[in-house]
Design a protein around this ligand. Structure first.
Ligand code: DAH
Length: 343
C-alpha cells in the first residue's frame, strides 16, 4: 500500500505541475481526490488493513492528500494570474491616450471664455434643480415676440431690431424664446435655464455687438414671489464671483414680466464706495428680471390663477467682461488668438 500511495502522490503532483489550465486541474482533483478518486479509495479502504499498519498508512495518506491539495491551490493561483496577465497584454487599452497627446500641449485648443462661463452657470443652476433647455437660433415671430406679450406694432419691438429671413422668421433677439418653448414641454412646477446665442441689428461699439450670448431662466411654482427671485440670483452671483454680493432692484419695463426689474450688484471693483466703473454710484447694472406676466403664462398654457413664476435674462458677455476686466465686447468674436489665449 505504501508503494501505491507513493505512486499516486508522484503522479498527481507531476500532473498538477504540467496542467496548462484550470479545467485540467479540476479533472486531476476529481481523479485523485474526488468521491471515487484514487486517494479517496485508499483512505476508505484503511478499515480493512491490520490496526498496526492502519495508523501509519492513515497518517501518510492524509499527508499526501494535503500535499496534493496545496499543489492544486498553488497551481490554480498561478494559472489564474497568468490568464489575467495575458488578457491584459492581449487587450491592452491605454485609456490615458486622449489626455497625453503626442503633440505639444500648446497645439491644443481651449474653451472660449463664454463657453466656460456658460458651463459654470449651467452647473450652478443644475445644482439648484433647474433643467437646461435649448431652442433654435432662427425663431418664429410667435416664440420671439407674440408669446412673450409683445404683439405686432408694440413699441418694445423697436428695442430689439434683428435680422429677418425671407420667409418671415428671424434670428432670435433673446433667449426668452426658450421660456415659451419650455412651457410647451414641461408642466409646472418647473425650473429651467436656456443658454444660447442671440442677435440684434446693432451698430457695434465697445459695448454693443450684433451677436452675443444670454442665459434665460424661469421658475414656475405656487406663489412665487420676488423673494424667490432674489434668493436664486444671490446664490448664482455668490458662486460666480466667489463672494457674497449685495443686490438691489430698480423698476424696469419688459412686456413679459410684471413687475419687471433691473437687478444691480454692488460694484466689485470699489466694494460700493464709488469708482469709474460704477460711475461713482457703487452699483453696477447686471441683469433684467421680474415676475412672469399672467398673459405669458396663459399663452404658455399655464393657469395664472394657480401658478406664478419669475424669469430673468443674464447677459453672458457682460458677465465675462466684469469677471476678467475686458473693456471691449468686440473681442469675443474677433477670433484674435492673442485674446483667446489668455483664458
Ligand atoms: N429678454 C430680455 C432682453 O434680452 C431680457 C429679460 C428681461 C429676460 C426680463 C427676462 C426678464 O426673463 O424677465 O432684453
Amino acid at each position: 500500500m505504501e508503494h501505491e500511495l507513493g505512486t499516486i502522490r508522484k503522479e498527481a503532483l507531476a500532473a498538477i505541475q504540467a496542467a496548462a489550465d484550470t479545467d485540467t486541474i479540476e479533472e486531476i482533483r476529481i481523479k485523485y481526490l474526488g468521491r471515487k478518486g484514487a486517494l479517496t479509495l485508499i483512505l476508505r479502504s484503511l478499515g480493512n488493513i491490520p490496526p498496526e499498519e492502519r495508523a501509519r498508512m492513515g497518517k501518510l495518506s492524509n499527508q499526501y492528500k494535503n500535499e496534493i491539495e496545496t499543489a492544486i491551490e498553488t497551481r490554480t493561483d498561478e494559472l489564474t494570474r497568468e490568464g489575467a496577465d495575458s488578457l491584459i497584454r492581449g487587450q491592452w487599452i491605454d485609456v490615458t491616450l486622449d489626455c497625453v497627446p503626442p503633440v505639444p500641449r500648446e497645439g491644443l485648443g481651449r474653451l472660449h471664455p463664454i463657453s466656460r462661463i456658460q458651463y459654470e452657470i449651467e452647473d450652478i443652476f443644475t445644482s439648484m434643480g433647474f433643467e437646461i433647455h435649448d431652442g433654435p437660433e432662427t425663431e418664429t415671430d410667435h416664440y420671439n415676440f407674440e408669446a412673450l406679450n409683445i404683439p405686432k406694432h408694440h413699441p418694445a419691438r423697436d428695442m430689439q431690431d434683428t435680422f429677418w429671413t425671407e420667409d418671415g422668421n428671424l434670428l432670435r433677439t433673446h433667449t426668452s424664446a426658450i421660456q415659451v418653448r419650455a412651457m410647451e414641454k414641461v408642466k409646472p412646477p418647473f425650473r429651467v435655464v436656456g443658454p444660447g446665442r442671440v442677435f440684434r441689428y446693432e451698430s457695434t461699439d465697445a459695448s454693443h455687438e450684433n451677436t452675443f450670448y444670454q442665459v434665460e431662466g424661469m421658475m414656475v411654482d405656487r406663489e412665487i414671489t420676488v423673494a424667490h427671485l432674489i434668493y436664486v440670483m444671490k446664490e448664482l452671483l455668490k458662486e460666480i464671483f466667489q463672494r457674497d454680493v449685495s443686490v438691489r432692484l430698480r423698476p424696469g419695463y419688459f412686456p413679459f414680466v410684471e413687475p419687471g426689474f433691473e437687478l444691480d450688484i454692488n460694484c466689485l471693483i470699489c466694494g460700493g464706495n464709488g469708482c469709474s466703473v460704477c460711475k461713482q454710484s457703487g452699483w453696477v447694472e447686471l441683469l433684467p428680471c421680474g415676475l412672469v406676466h399672467p398673459n405669458v403664462l396663459r399663452m404658455g398654457g399655464i393657469d395664472p390663477g394657480q401658478w406664478s413664476g419669475f424669469a430673468f435674462g443674464l447677459g453672458l458677455n457682460r458677465l465675462v467682461m466684469m469677471k476678467y476686466g475686458i473693456n471691449d465686447i468686440r473681442h469675443f468674436l474677433s477670433g484674435d488668438i492673442r485674446f483667446l489665449k489668455q483664458f
